[in-house]
Write a protein that binds this ligand. Sequence first.
Ligand SMILES: *[C@@H]1O[C@H](CO)[C@@H](O)[C@H](O)[C@H]1NC(C)=O
Ligand SMILES: *[C@@H]1O[C@H](CO)[C@@H](O)[C@H](O)[C@H]1NC(C)=O
Ligand SMILES: *[C@@H]1O[C@H](CO)[C@@H](O)[C@H](O)[C@H]1NC(C)=O
Ligand SMILES: *[C@@H]1O[C@H](CO)[C@@H](O)[C@H](O)[C@H]1NC(C)=O
Ligand SMILES: *[C@@H]1O[C@H](CO)[C@@H](O)[C@H](O)[C@H]1NC(C)=O
Length: 666
Amino acid sequence: MAKLLILILSSLLLLCCSATSTLPVVRRAERKQLMVTEYGEISSVDVRTAAAPTKGPYHVEFITLDPNSLFLPVLLHADMVFYVHSGSGKLSWTGDGEDEVKRVDLKRGDVYRLEPGSVFFLQSDLENERQKLRIHAIFSTTDEDIWEPWIGAYSSISDLVLGFNAKLLQSSFGVTEGVIEEITTTPKPPGIVHAPASESSEEKEEKKKKSVFYELENRFLKVMAGEEAGLINLKKSKKSKTFNILEADPDFHNCNGWSLTVDKGNYKNLKGSNMGVFMVNLTKGAMMGPHWNPMATEIAVVLEGEGMVRIICASNSTGCKNERFIVREGDVFVVPRFHPMAQMSFNNGSFVFMGFSTTSKKNHPQFLVGKSSVFQTLDREVLALAFNASNTTIDQLLLASQEDAIILECVSCAEEEFRLMVEEIEREREREEEERKREEEEERRKREEEEERKRQEEEEERKRQEEEERKRREEEEERKRREEEERKRREEEEERKRQEEEERREREEEARRQKEEGARKEQEQARKEEEERKRRREEAEEEAQQKREEEEERRQQEEARKEEEERERQRREEEAAAREEEEEEERQRREEAAREKEEEEATREQEEARRQEEERQRRREKEEAAAAAREKEEEEERERKEEEEEEGGGGGGRRSFRELPMKLWM
Ligand SMILES: *[C@@H]1O[C@H](CO)[C@@H](O)[C@H](O)[C@H]1NC(C)=O
Ligand SMILES: *[C@@H]1O[C@H](CO)[C@@H](O)[C@H](O)[C@H]1NC(C)=O
Ligand SMILES: *[C@@H]1O[C@H](CO)[C@@H](O)[C@H](O)[C@H]1NC(C)=O
Ligand SMILES: *[C@@H]1O[C@H](CO)[C@@H](O)[C@H](O)[C@H]1NC(C)=O
Ligand SMILES: *[C@@H]1O[C@H](CO)[C@@H](O)[C@H](O)[C@H]1NC(C)=O
């Protein structure tokens, strides 16, 4: 049933709080070390809840004294309420306006309170068990007094005293100069020192009286208390009684555990203080039922075992969050006012915690369950509406709450909470992991984008460069091409020029040649003409010469012919004589031959004779023809000579050659 209620409550209030905050727990290991000496130590915790950030911080100190040690006197700045966790000892104090130094014996379970302005010191007993004296103290403001935590909870008297000069101290204390000198010049001990050896209390008393240290201390305390110098009258007053929680009857007790609250109602010494003390002992598998404190914020210290704490955030402010956490011995946890909570012990051990609540007035924790439950006073129809449940369900709820159930049996509740907590942590871890991954992913994505962007830029740059390169190359090629073209053009031009030149030259040459040719031809012509002229001249000359020669020759020939004719006529006369002789001879010879051959061939002789006859005939005809021709020629010559003689009288006797061979041949 209690479980159900928690779940209902949780689900009701779960809506509200989502902002994250640090857990309202300070672990033992997280305590701040204020002082560590050979004989003891002091650590502290300042707690402030995220749910009530304006309250506090609450300053809690843990004072530990080894057996037979002394916590040297201090001036208290704040209201101090403490609980003796272990060991035993004595507290000496003065200062609340009374004339005496009070002293109380302290033992385990004691609660005591010191008002601000008190001067006190502590001494631990030398016990057989050698238990350390452990005190859990809270420092706070009172109704009349505002304590500023920054000035510290207390200050040592040596610091206070030695702030003054020796003269002032000497006159103040009324002691010799030597005494003051010793006080002021010796090195000061730390806050916790070894106490003088333990003796019987009377002996101790005696010793203290004799000891300079105690004398001084007493005197100092006396001075502080406004008394005259002298032995301190130590006596126990009503006020110097402690309240022992462990010996008192608990407010609530059952087999699941017990709880007790100490306030000014049951401990008058707390009157004027803002602090109360409470203690809870949960046995195995038990739970302090869901409740809230209408008046107080609780600052708890785990004394024994471990347990789970569940705190529901009742407000919808930021920083307020439902909490579920495990606490172990020495941990300090805070539950703000109005925040419903439940503490649970595990099945395997009890869970004991004490704490300070911020009010010493009667605190009425409001339990959800039980006879005194707030629900009992509320109208069940309203409840039914509030829970959106049927009348019967609410009836059952209220009926179940009839039994008084402040501390309930709750087997495995802590384990369940622990499991949920682990899950939550796991989820949180996963969430963080996811967040981390998401961030990493985001980072990676960004990086990739960046890389992609870079890559693209590079690509673009590369392309651009390529483009440029390409353009450059193109331009280069274009340039080369143009150059080439230019070169070709030039070459062509040159070629053309050259050709033109050549042509020109050729033309010139041709012209020249033609000219030359012309000249040559002209010359030739001239020469030819000259030659022709010459030739003609020569020919003419030659002709003339020849004519002359011919003339001469003809004349000579004429002469020669005339001579020849003369000779010819003579020769012909001779020849005619010779031939007649020859013919005679031949006739004689042939007559001789014919006589020789007469016998042989008469015919042939005849023939021969005939043929000879014919030959002779023919010759005669010839001679006659020739003679006729000669006569004709001579006739012609004669006529010609006559003509010539008629013309000029030259020549006359010339004969043609042509006549000669014929004459010769005849
Ligand atoms: C708490 O209760 C358990 C069981 O009843 C007991 O053994 C233990 O001593 C108690 N602790 C204190 C501090 O009372
Ligand atoms: C809690 O506060 C938030 C805003 O901070 C609001 O949106 C929400 O409704 C509140 N819840 C309740 C139950 O009032
Ligand atoms: C008791 O149980 C809880 C959770 O199951 C565990 O964390 C713890 O160590 C146990 N304590 C002892 C004394 O066995
Ligand atoms: C009450 O609960 C019922 C379901 O059981 C639901 O339909 C209804 O809306 C709730 N009423 C309100 C006011 O939330
Ligand atoms: C609850 O009880 C009231 C009065 O007793 C009654 O008027 C109402 O009808 C009941 N509602 C249901 C759902 O039973």
